[in-house]
Write a protein that binds this ligand. Structure first.
Ligand code: ATP
Ligand code: MG
Length: 368
């Protein structure tokens, strides 16, 4: 961690002490620091009110503050790149499986106990006199350094079945094992249908997080192994080439192509905003038309299609060699012009037409 970032965290700790509060850096950032992975996303857990520390960051560092209507939670973005998520230490009560929990204020230990896995339940103190001291109630350090995913209690997946997806994601990201008892709980949770307690949106949210990993293939493979992939899309097809694409949108579009005739159903089933699935729709539309596109395909679409069909001939992807004006110069108009353009697009896709000149002779042969 950058010294300048450490200094800021130290100053937040000093402010906490001055206000009679206690604060820790917890969860993913403590885990990542332990394995020497760079992180600028810091979750800060506070025993007591978060607002004095949030206001301190806004005043002292001119930070941008996004407050959420949820238990003193706020995202504080600093110009130096640090993203601080403040939250009050809390305990969670799950009234129903899969539903969002009810929360109440709690101490640090209880807060750490509500977390998904032991590896994510480590806290580093920000307080003066013990800055960066580890608070490790649940053998978190051992899990991080030993490399395993382990739940904190045996009701964990019943409380929150999204943790099933989180488990495969962390196992894949870090190359960790899923500890045998946890693995048994996962298989049992899937068999008992806990995933059905989750809304479609929550499942898709986890899927998108998997696609946001630097190597999503490994996580998808685990998801299939644990029979979670079917909840994303029945019979989900995927392969290792997905890792070659860098954005979630491209990875989704690639998967949409891989689902064959179910591609559109796959894309629609995710109920995602248009801007995320637009690329999937673009490549699916191109494939369905079996015709050269009227408008140039986006560079993202070309990247996805070329990965899906390596060696695909460029004439199939290029925009139509002739446009409406070319045909109108030749004397076409109205529906005849439209029909001819469509025929030309098919001919170009099939390779009968491979250049602008070829397109003109095709039109002439076609009878004008
Ligand atoms: P990433 O590097 O992907 O951000 P992370 O561990 O920081 O990993 P987040 O989703 O950012 O994960 O969540 C921050 C912390 O909140 C986690 O480390 C974990 O302690 C806790 N957490 C998040 N989601 C859950 C959950 N579903 N159940 C329990 N604890 C959770
Ligand atoms: Mg995080």
């Amino acid at each position: 961690m950058k010294q300048s970032h450490k200094r800021i965290l130290k100053e937040i700790g000093l402010k906490a002490a001055a206000c009679g509060l206690k604060a820790w850096a917890v969860g993913g950032c403590a885990r990542d620091l332990l394995i020497g992975k760079h992180t600028e996303d810091i979750d800060i857990c506070v025993e007591g009110e978060t607002s004095p520390l949030i206001e301190f960051c806004a005043e002292k560092y001119g930070a941008e503050v996004l407050r959420f209507n949820d238990f003193g939670t706020a995202r504080v973005n600093l110009a130096c790149g640090l993203k601080l998520d403040f939250v009050r230490c809390r305990a969670e009560v799950y009234a129903e499986p899969g539903a969002l929990p009810k929360v109440r204020p709690a101490g640090l230990k209880e807060d750490l106990f509500r977390r998904d896995f032991t590896a994510n339940a480590l806290a580093l103190s920000l307080m003066p006199g013990e800055f960066f001291r580890e608070y490790d109630f649940f053998n978190s350090k051992e899990a991080v350094l030993g490399g395993y995913v382990k739940v904190l209690h045996d009701k964990s997946f019943l409380d929150d079945p999204t943790r099933l997806f989180r488990a495969v994601r962390f196992a894949a990201r870090f190359g960790w094992e899923i500890e045998p008892f946890t693995e048994g709980l996962m298989r049992d949770a899937v068999k008992k249908g806990y995933v059905n307690f989750l809304s479609r949106q929550r499942i898709v949210h986890e899927f998108i997080k998997i696609l946001g990993e630097s190597r999503p293939y490994q996580a998808l493979k685990y998801a299939a192994e644990y029979k979670l992939a079917d909840f994303i899309f029945k019979g989900l097809k995927f392969n290792a080439k997905i890792n070659k694409l860098k954005t979630v949108e491209e990875r989704l579009a690639y998967l949409a192509l891989l689902q064959g005739s179910c591609g559109a159903e796959f894309a629609e089933s995710l109920l995602l905003p248009k801007k995320i699935t637009a690329l999937s729709l673009e490549v699916l539309k191109w494939r369905k038309s079996k015709a050269a596109p009227f408008k140039a395909l986006s560079k993202e679409a070309l990247r996805v299609i070329k990965l899906y069909k390596p060696g695909i001939e460029s004439f199939r992807l290029k925009p139509l060699f002739l446009c409406a004006e070319d045909l109108s110069v030749l004397g076409y108009s109205g529906p005849a012009l439209g029909a001819e353009l469509k025929a030309l697009a098919k001919a170009q896709y099939s390779g009968k037409v491979r250049s602008r000149r070829g397109a003109f002779s095709y039109i002439k042969k076609a009878g004008f």
